[in-house]
Design a protein around this ligand. Structure first.
Ligand SMILES: Nc1ncnc2c1ncn2[C@@H]1O[C@H](COP(=O)(O)OP(=O)(O)OP(=O)(O)O)[C@@H](O)[C@H]1O
Ligand SMILES: [Mg+2]
Length: 281
């Protein structure tokens, strides 16, 4: 049986919830309804994955949280978003960084004309704890990403896709975040590199205590590294559960694990097909 009811309330019981998205609706250009009542919660200290195919609404959800929709003519028209119990919809992205929430955008965003090290240092611009702390954190980032140390004087625009993704995550770490919203870290990268980057995300989570909400099309990798997952289809959460349970769920296996994009069916198709079958029998 498909379990299609979002269970945000049941998610990660007993753990402190850092972020809660309650039934939000997002409309672009006043007419295009993209999120149709999305709810999710992110417990402190966990890695939560937001999964789904092209155009499901993953990036829109992350941008709604970090208040980046306005520049895209998008609006949250219903629902609420709270961080540590307080509504954050009126904060600017810079205010959010001060509160400890940093977004790493889709597509390895770096400042191309700056060196790798200059990019990393831009991540510390809101900090007020002095040059020594910044220097220590730069060292911490280089320990997690030795490749960035080797490339520190290279212009970011000339580094590889994988190095740019590392640079984008390293830059977020320089703000000493409590939570990172990570959009599609696997995008365009070879499998081995994806594995390496997820491994570092897991270490940052375990050793530095950073909470992650990550959006991914790569269900397979994401469910191996995350603790909890939500599956988004056409702007709705169609399933959620502990990553281990989702990995073993027959429907998730059929639709999201080990199938090509061409062969991927949707939960909704199956639902209506089963409904039809019931109707006929
Ligand atoms: N600025 C915008 N104006 C209008 N529609 C948009 C805008 N941005 C996104 N959309 C639409 O909203 C839907 C969700 O897009 P979104 O980028 O959130 O999906 P996604 O799950 O991140 O997909 P992908 O995996 O391809 O990155 C898509 O149908 C997309 O075309
Ligand atoms: Mg996206």
């Amino acid at each position: 049986m498909l379990d299609t009811k979002p269970q945000a309330d049941a998610a990660n019981d007993g753990q402190e919830k850092l972020l809660e998205v309650n039934n939000i609706e997002v409309i672009y250009n006043h007419v295009i309804l993209v999120l149709k009542g999305v709810s999710l919660s992110v417990p402190k200290g966990g890695i939560t994955a937001l999964l789904g195919g092209n155009g499901a609404g993953k990036t829109t959800t992350l941008k709604a949280i970090s208040n980046l929709l306005r520049s895209e003519r998008g609006d949250v028209t219903k629902g609420s978003i709270t961080y540590q119990g307080e509504r954050i919809q009126s904060l600017t992205p810079a205010d959010l960084v001060n509160r400890g929430v940093v977004q790493v955008m889709e597509g390895h965003h770096c400042f191309e004309h700056l060196t790798v090290e200059e990019n990393l240092l831009t991540g510390a611009y809101t900090r007020r704890d002095g040059a020594k702390a910044t220097k220590d954190d730069l060292e911490m980032v280089y320990e997690y990403f030795p490749r960035l140390r080797e490339r520190r004087t290279s212009q970011a625009g000339y580094t590889s896709g994988g190095e740019q993704q590392m640079c984008a995550i390293g830059r977020a770490m320089m703000a000493r975040p409590e939570m990172i919203l990570l959009d599609e870290p696997s995008m365009g990268l070879a499998p081995q590199l994806v594995e390496q980057i997820f491994g570092i995300v897991k270490r940052l989570n375990e050793e530095q205590g950073v909470t992650f909400l990550l959006a991914e099309q790569n269900t397979n990798v994401a469910l191996r590294f995350a603790h909890y997952g939500y599956i988004l289809e056409s702007g709705r959460i169609v399933m959620d559960g502990p990553a281990k349970e989702l990995r073993e769920n027959p429907d998730v296996k059929e639709f999201y694990l080990g199938m090509s994009d061409d062969g991927r069916k949707s939960f909704r198709d199956v639902r209506s097909y089963r409904r039809r079958k019931r109707w006929l029998s």
